[in-house]
Design a protein around this ligand. Structure first.
Ligand SMILES: C[S@@+](CC[C@H](N)C(=O)[O-])C[C@H]1O[C@@H](n2cnc3c(N)ncnc32)[C@H](O)[C@@H]1O
Length: 435
């Protein structure tokens, strides 16, 4: 039987390539020490899936015949270990992949011999295998959805914006950046941050893990700190000095931004909505553990907003979205089905329209998505400007987040340059309701 770490990786790959579904957040729970190997292996298989399959193809007897997913998974895992994980011995990489191929649910037993033969040959010269895989075009690992996300990420900034790169080079550079596993960012909520966390020089309040420092799990579990991506931190560093007494976080779980809102506006009454019961329960628990006072309501935000009479001085609508901006953290993103974009954009617009209705005079509405796709952000902004001319763009973010701007100018759109900004791909905008 393959080790639990490899079984978990195989399960995750079947989920992505069989079901076109996301890797569940807690897929590597209970793996203990082996979680590192599993994470590295899954990341390699997802990020280089196209090249791994292309390398195998000419080595098959009948390259034009479809290869069962069980065989693809066993081969990809075996090859990835041989090529890029030097700490894994030849025997473990080959033998476990062959065992995997023989399992009923995750493999394809008739191909056990084929998997064995291909991997044994590949194991004879691991550096050559790595070189051959690296020499295949990187574009093989980019299905159309990935290319679309990259183009959407770069488009608003113009070709070669401020750099000597052309459009194609920028796209390659961005793809290369997104293939590196992300470095987490943190925020301290109370007390001293533990050793190993250093201030981010460009983002006040943001903490980064120093090279070689242990992941601060006990600190996070105690509720004294949280993981929060740099883009989320920059989004919530909006400049707003009008009074804020009532805040609505319309799509709140897992609660990172709710926590920051509470820290930024102590004393304000904070309402947090979340539609999914389990996520709402976890949100309640997390906020309690962090000492954040908020009323958590499990509800569909659109329905709730359309029926409430409450008005808010600050509304954050961190809307559900395709997550195209998170493909560095979620390397499976390019391979997902992406068939729910029309539902998502419809929901985003409904949420936005309803949130705009509940903005108190003098209030601020911030809309954001962790996606680069224009239909999830800039299109809604244009629509709102037409539908609600009474709301004014609110200039609350530095004109250029990723480079110093003259005179501290501000703007009403949030859109860090994907090549000059280290953080998730976010876009957002802010509008205010005049008094
Ligand atoms: C982008 S996430 C929010 C992340 C959160 N603001 C944070 O920073 O921790 C969007 C959340 O909205 C929730 N959601 C999706 N549809 C919703 C709806 N109709 N009403 C309320 N919440 C919704 C999702 O379950 C998800 O937890």
């Amino acid at each position: 039987m393959p080790t639990p770490a490899r079984l978990h990786v195989a399960h995750a790959l079947h989920e992505v390539f069989g079901e076109r579904a996301r890797v569940p957040d807690i897929w590597d729970r209970d793996l203990g020490e082996d979680a590192h190997l599993a994470q590295a292996l899954l990341g390699l298989c997802l990020r280089r899936w196209g090249r791994l399959q292309a390398w195998v193809k000419p080595r098959l007897k009948d390259p034009d015949r479809g290869v069962p997913l069980g065989t693809q998974v066993a081969l990809a895992m075996g090859l990835a270990q041989l090529a890029w994980l030097p700490g894994v011995g030849d025997h473990a990489a080959v033998h476990e992949a062959v065992e995997l191929a023989a399992t009923r649910d995750l493999g394809f037993a008739p191909h056990k011999g084929l998997v064995n033969a291909i991997l044994r040959r590949a194991a004879k010269d691991r550096p050559a295998l790595a070189a051959e895989l690296e020499a295949l075009p990187a574009a093989l690992d980019r299905p159309p959805a990935a290319r679309r996300a990259l183009e959407a990420a770069l488009a608003p900034h113009g070709a070669g914006h401020g750099a000597s790169l052309g459009v194609g080079d920028e796209l390659e550079a961005l793809w290369t950046r997104l293939q590196q596993p992300p470095r987490p960012a943190f925020r301290s909520l109370r007390g001293e941050a533990p050793d190993g966390l250093a201030p981010d020089p460009d983002l006040p309040g943001c903490l980064r893990l120093e090279e070689g420092a242990p992941f601060p799990r006990p600190w996070l579990e105690s509720g004294a700190g949280m993981v929060q991506d740099r883009s989320s931190q920059a989004l919530l560093a909006y400049a707003w000095d009008r009074p804020v007494a009532r805040i609505l976080d319309a799509c709140a779980a897992p609660g990172g931004k709710t926590t920051t809102l509470a820290l930024r506006h102590p004393g304000a009454a904070l309402t947090a909505l979340e539609v999914h019961p389990r996520r709402a329960a976890r949100l309640r628990q997390t906020l309690q553990q962090r000492g954040v006072a908020a009323e958590v309501i499990q509800a569909d935000a659109a329905e709730w907003l359309e029926t409430t009479e409450a008005a808010f001085d600050l509304i954050l609508l961190d809307a559900p979205c395709s997550g195209s901006g998170t493909l560095q953290k979620h390397p499976e993103w390019p391979w997902l089905a992406h068939d729910d974009l029309p539902r998502l954009t419809g929901l985003q617009r409904r949420l936005l329209a309803a949130a705009a209705e509940r903005l108190a005079p003098g209030g601020l509405l911030i809309y954001a998505v962790c996606s680069w796709l224009p239909e999830e952000g800039s299109a809604h902004r244009e629509w709102l400007a037409e539908a609600r001319p009474d709301l004014r763009p609110a200039e609350v973010w530095p004109a250029s987040l990723d480079a110093p701007a003259p005179g501290g100018a501000l703007r009403a759109g949030f859109r860090p340059h994907p090549l000059r900004w280290e953080g998730e791909g976010f876009q957002g905008f802010a509008v205010a309701r005049p008094r």
